[in-house]
Design a protein around this ligand. Structure first.
Ligand code: FES
Length: 152
């Protein structure tokens, strides 16, 4: 299979050559213009067991998100999980009034496990039960409500 036959996130894209020539056309007259090539990135992403997105946005920060994050990192380090669990701070998860909030993506829940109102004292349990043993902490995890029906 040629690279141009591999569908991209929005379906089959233009061929690499087409992309280059379009870019060159738009940069006509600019010597040294760099052509952008639609191709798979050369960099590889580490195969983490889990990915935790922790909100450190304004509302979550006011409610102690930075301390929760610090505690999470400390617990991960103490458990030897720093290389297995990736953590990233994000600006907002859209549920500000419930913060501090975090989402864990690890395959336990295909759509992620959302922890709303996560407190420092709950972090060791999340690390031990969820991130080390793969079992989300049900008493702390938010339930999902059904989506609203789409308008026709
Ligand atoms: S500020 Fe944390 S969810 Fe919006």
């Amino acid at each position: 299979m040629a690279i141009e036959d591999i569908p991209g996130p929005r379906g089959p894209g233009p061929s690499t050559e087409a992309t280059i020539s379009k870019k060159k056309k738009s940069k006509k007259g600019h010597e040294g213009a760099v052509a952008v090539v639609d191709a798979r990135p050369a960099a590889k992403v580490r195969d983490y067991e889990s990915h935790v997105l922790i909100c450190t946005g304004g509302d979550c920060k006011k409610r102690g998100a930075k301390d929760v994050r610090k505690t999470l990192k400390g617990e991960l380090r103490a458990s030897g999980l720093l290389g297995e669990v990736r953590t990233d701070a994000v600006g907002c998860l859209g549920l500000c009034k419930h913060g501090p909030n975090a989402v864990v993506y690890d395959g336990a829940e295909t759509k992620g496990t959302w922890y709303l109102g996560l407190r420092e004292k709950d972090v060791p349990e999340v690390v031990e039960e969820h991130l080390a043993n793969g079992t989300p902490v049900r008493r702390l995890a938010a339930e999902r409500r059904p989506r609203k029906a789409a308008k026709k």
